[in-house]
Design a protein around this ligand. Structure first.
Ligand code: BGC
Length: 735
C-alpha cells in the first residue's frame, strides 16, 4: 500500500450523495481527490450513504458504506422509520429490541449498505438535550443492555453498527467546543458504563468518538479514552471512528488511537505531509489501518454479498409497531378511563400532533419514511373510531394554511417547520363536547441535532396548550365525558402543573411511521401498555440536578460544563436527595395488575455470584406484560452511594389473567461495585446489601438482604481522564 493510499484509507472518502442534497450539505464537499486514487474515491454504490471508506480493488480492499442512524436506515425516502431510541428503551424488552435490530440490519443489508450508524446511547443527563430522543435512558445499565440487544440484532444480519457518541455528548449547545469536566467516578459509573456493557456484550463494528472534549481533550484526540479505556480496559476490537468533522488535528487523532476520520477526505494531505516531515510515524497509520481492515473483513461488501435492493416493509412495520406499542408509557388512568370502551366511539381529537403526528426527531437521526406515515387521526379510524369531522376539517385546513415554506434539506433532515398550535375557541369546544363521547388531546414536541430544547414553551407547555387543555377538560367534564392526553414527544416534559386535569395520560413518544396505528392499538386496549419511563419526569426543570450547570459557561456559547452533580443524575439524585418527581424512573401503569411474590436468593452471603428469583402473577383482567426491576442499596461506609441503583430488569412474557411467571437475575461482583478513584478500581464494600424488587424505582414490592463478608476489588483499570479542575461534587452529605 502506498503512503497516499494509507492516508486515504484512514480518512473517509467524503460525502458523495450523488443527488442534489449534496449542494446543501452541512459538511465540506471533497477536495480534489489525490492522483492515483481518483476513481476509487468517487465510487458510490448506494446513493445517499452518509459515509464511506476507500476501496482499493488492487489489494482486495472493499469500501464500508455507512448510513444513519438510530431509528433505522435513513436513505432518502426509501426506508422504514422505526420508533425513536427512547421509545425502544421504554419497552425494557431486550429480545424485542433484538428483533428490531434484525429488521434494521436486514434493511441496511438489502439496500447494499455495510453499516448502520447506531445505536446512540449517551445518558439522558438533562431533559433539554436536543438528541435525547435518540438516546435511551438516564440509567447506564438500561442503556447498555438495550444498546447491546440492538447491536446484536443488527449485526446478526451481517452488517455493522456504530456505537455513539463516545462519550459525554450530552448536549447540543456548542457541542464541538464544549469541554465536559466529569469526575472519574461519574465517568466510569454513569457515562462510560453503558458503552462498556455494549462493547463487551455486543462488539459493535465501530465505536464513534464524539465532537466534545472530555476533561480537557477532544474525544477524537483522546488517547485515554480511545486507547486506555476502549482498547485496554474493555478489549474493544472494532474500528474507532470520528463523528462527522469532529476534532481539529488529524495527526493527533491518528496518534491518539482514532482509526478512521469521517467523513473525510481532505485530511489525507495533512497526514502525508506529517509522515514526510517526521511528525507522524508511518507505523501509526499502519496500526490504524490494521483495525480498519479487520473491520472491512466483517462487512457484506467484502463478502461480495449480493443484496436484493428490496426491503421487507411489511415485516419491518410489524416489528416497528410491536416496539412502538410496547414502548408506550401509561402515566395516569383515573377510573379506568382507558382502554376506551365501545360506547366511547365518537372521538373529538385535539392538537396539531393528532393530524401531523411526529414520528421521530430531527437531524441525522431522522428517517424519512418509505411507507405511509400513519397519523393519529388515521390510526383511530383504522381501529374503528369515529373521529369528529368538524375538528379534523378545522385542524387540517389550519395546518395547511399555517405551515411555513420549507426547503428540501430541512425536510430531509426532519426539520420540517410546523404550524404553531391552533388556539381553540371555547364555544367550538363546547359544541364538540356535546356531539362526541370523549376527547383525545395530543401534545407534541420535536427536537434534534444542533440545538437543545428550551424550558419555556417546550419543556413547559405553552400558554396556548394550557388554555386549550383547560378548555377541553372543562367542556368535556361538564358533560361527564373523559379527556385523554397523548404525549407525542421525544423526551421528558413538565407534567406536574397540569396532570390533575385529564383522566388519562399516555406517553406515546415519537413512535415511527406506524405512529397512529400503534397509539390507537393501546388506547383501544388491543394491547395493554407495558412501557416504563427510562428517565425521571421532574416536577419542574429546576429540580433537575444538572439544571444548575447545563449547558455550561458562558451560557450562549459554553466552553466548559462541569458535571457537579457527579453520579447523582436521574433517579440516583431524586431518590437519594428525597426530591419528589412528577413520575419516577421505571414508572408505567397497566390496564391489568401484577403481584410479585417468593423473592429468593441463592445465598445469604455473597461469594462470586448470586441468583435472585421472584414470581410475577397477573391478578387483573387483561393480558399484559410487566417489567420486574431489581435495585440494590449498597453499604456506604467507604464511599457515598446512591440510595438505590438498577442492577437488573426482566420483562415478562404476555401473561393471561391468573397466569404466573418466575423470573430470575444473576448478579456478579461487578454489579455490586462502585468506582474507587483512589485505587482506580471497581470495589465492593463489605456489609449488608438490600435487594429491592419493584415495579418502578419508587414502587418497591419485595426486599431481601445479603451480606458481603470482606471487601472485594473486582477489577483494576487504567488511570485515565483526570479532570482539568477540581470538581466540587454533590454528595448526599454536602447537600
Ligand atoms: C452525528 C452522527 C451521525 C453523523 C453522520 C453527525 O452529525 O452526530 O450521529 O451519525 O453526523 O450523519
Amino acid at each position: 500500500m502506498t503512503l497516499e493510499e494509507k492516508a486515504a484509507l484512514v480518512v473517509g472518502t467524503g460525502l458523495q450523495f450523488g443527488d442534489e442534497i449534496d449542494k446543501n450539505s452541512p459538511y465540506r464537499i471533497p477536495n480534489q481527490p489525490l492522483p492515483g486514487t481518483l476513481a476509487d474515491r468517487t465510487t458510490v454504490y448506494v446513493v445517499g450513504a452518509i459515509g464511506r471508506t476507500l476501496e482499493i480493488p488492487r489489494l482486495g480492499i472493499s469500501t464500508i458504506e455507512m448510513v444513519d442512524g438510530p431509528a433505522g436506515a435513513s436513505l432518502g425516502s426509501r426506508t422504514t422509520a422505526f420508533p425513536i431510541g427512547t421509545a425502544l428503551a421504554s419497552t425494557w424488552n431486550e429480545p424485542l429490541i433484538h428483533q428490531v435490530g434484525q429488521r434494521m440490519g436486514h434493511e441496511t443489508l438489502e439496500l447494499g449498505l455495510d453499516l448502520l450508524l447506531a445505536p446512540a446511547i449517551n445518558i439522558h443527563r438533562n431533559p433539554l438535550t436536543g438528541r435525547n430522543f435518540e438516546y435511551f435512558s438516564e440509567d447506564p445499565l438500561l442503556s447498555g443492555k438495550i444498546g447491546a440487544a440492538l447491536i446484536k440484532g443488527i449485526q446478526s444480519q451481517g452488517v455493522g453498527t456504530s456505537l455513539k457518541h463516545f462519550v459525554a455528548n450530552n448536549q447540543e449547545t456548542n457541542r464541538i467546543e464544549v469541554d465536559a469536566e466529569i469526575s472519574q467516578r461519574a465517568l466510569r459509573e454513569i457515562y462510560l458504563r453503558g458503552f462498556e456493557i455494549a462493547v463487551k456484550e455486543a462488539n459493535p463494528l465501530t465505536l464513534m468518538a464524539s465532537y466534545n472534549s472530555v476533561n480537557g481533550n477532544l474525544a477524537t484526540e483522546n488517547e485515554d479514552l480511545l486507547v486506555k479505556i476502549a482498547r485496554q480496559d474493555w478489549g474493544y476490537e472494532g474500528i474507532i471512528v470520528s463523528d462527522w468533522e469532529a476534532g481539529v488535528d488529524p495527526v493527533k487523532q491518528m496518534q491518539s488511537g482514532l482509526n478512521l476520520i469521517l467523513p473525510g477526505p481532505y485530511q489525507d494531505t495533512v497526514l502525508i505531509e506529517a509522515v514526510k516531515d517526521g511528525r507522524l510515524e508511518e507505523k501509526t497509520l499502519d496500526k490504524n489501518i490494521e483495525w480498519i481492515l479487520k473491520g472491512v473483513m466483517r462487512t457484506p461488501k467484502f463478502r461480495k454479498y449480493r443484496y436484493a435492493n428490496a426491503q421487507e416493509f411489511q415485516k419491518n412495520a410489524e416489528v416497528a409497531k410491536e416496539a412502538a406499542v410496547e414502548g408506550m408509557v401509561l402515566l395516569k388512568n383515573r377510573e379506568q378511563a382507558l382502554p376506551l370502551m365501545q360506547e366511547n366511539n365518537k372521538v373529538a381529537l385535539f392538537g396539531n400532533g393528532s393530524y401531523e403526528t411526529i414520528v421521530g426527531g430531527s437531524g441525522s437521526g431522522y428517517v424519512m419514511t418509505a411507507g405511509p406515515t400513519v397519523h393519529l387521526f388515521e390510526g383511530l379510524k383504522n381501529e374503528g373510531f369515529e373521529v369528529s369531522t368538524t375538528l379534523s376539517a378545522l385542524y387540517e385546513s389550519y395546518i395547511e394554511q399555517n405551515t411555513p415554506e420549507q426547503n428540501k434539506i430541512e425536510i430531509a433532515r426532519g426539520r420540517k417547520k410546523r404550524a404553531p398550535e391552533m388556539k381553540l375557541d371555547n364555544d367550538m369546544v363546547m359544541e364538540v363536547a356535546q356531539k362526541n363521547d370523549l376527547a383525545i388531546f395530543t401534545i407534541s414536541r420535536v427536537s434534534g441535532e444542533s440545538a437543545d430544547r428550551q424550558v419555556d414553551d417546550n419543556f413547559n407547555l405553552s400558554a396556548i396548550e394550557v388554555s386549550n387543555l383547560k378548555a377541553v377538560v372543562q367542556s368535556f367534564h361538564a358533560k361527564n365525558k373523559k379527556v385523554i392526553v397523548v404525549l407525542n414527544v421525544g423526551g421528558v416534559i413538565e407534567t406536574s402543573s397540569w396532570k390533575a386535569l385529564p383522566d388519562a395520560i399516555l406517553v406515546a413518544w415519537q413512535p415511527g411511521q406506524v405512529a397512529g396505528n400503534a397509539i390507537a392499538e393501546v388506547l383501544a386496549g388491543q394491547t395493554t401498555p407495558s412501557g416504563k419511563l427510562t428517565a425521571t419526569f421532574p416536577e419542574s426543570y429546576e429540580d433537575e440536578p444538572s439544571a444548575r450547570n447545563f449547558p455550561g459557561t458562558p451560557l450562549d456559547k459554553p466552553k466548559r460544563v462541569i458535571y457537579q452533580e457527579g453520579i447523582y443524575i436521574g433517579y440516583r439524585y431524586f431518590d437519594s436527595f428525597q426530591v419528589q418527581p412528577s413520575y419516577p424512573f421505571g414508572f408505567g401503569l397497566s390496564y391489568t395488575d401484577f403481584t410479585f411474590r417468593d423473592l429468593e436468593l441463592s445465598t445469604a452471603t455473597f461469594d462470586d455470584s448470586l441468583l435472585v428469583s421472584t414470581t410475577v402473577t397477573n391478578t387483573g383482567n387483561f393480558n399484559g406484560k410487566e417489567v420486574v426491576q431489581l435495585y440494590i442499596s449498597a453499604p456506604a461506609e467507604t464511599m457515598h452511594k446512591p440510595r438505590k441503583e438498577l442492577k437488573g430488569f426482566v420483562k415478562t412474557k404476555k401473561l393471561k389473567p391468573g397466569e404466573s411467571q418466575k423470573v430470575s437475575f444473576k448478579l456478579e461482583a461487578k454489579d455490586l461495585a462502585s468506582f474507587d478513584v483512589g485505587a482506580s478500581a471497581w470495589s465492593v464494600e463489605k456489609g449488608e446489601y438490600l435487594i429491592q424488587i419493584g415495579k418502578s424505582s419508587a414502587d418497591i414490592i419485595l426486599t431481601e438482604t445479603f451480606s458481603v463478608a470482606a471487601p472485594l476489588q473486582v477489577e483494576t483499570v487504567s488511570r485515565a481522564l483526570t479532570p482539568q479542575i477540581e470538581i466540587e461534587e454533590l454528595t448526599p452529605k454536602n447537600e
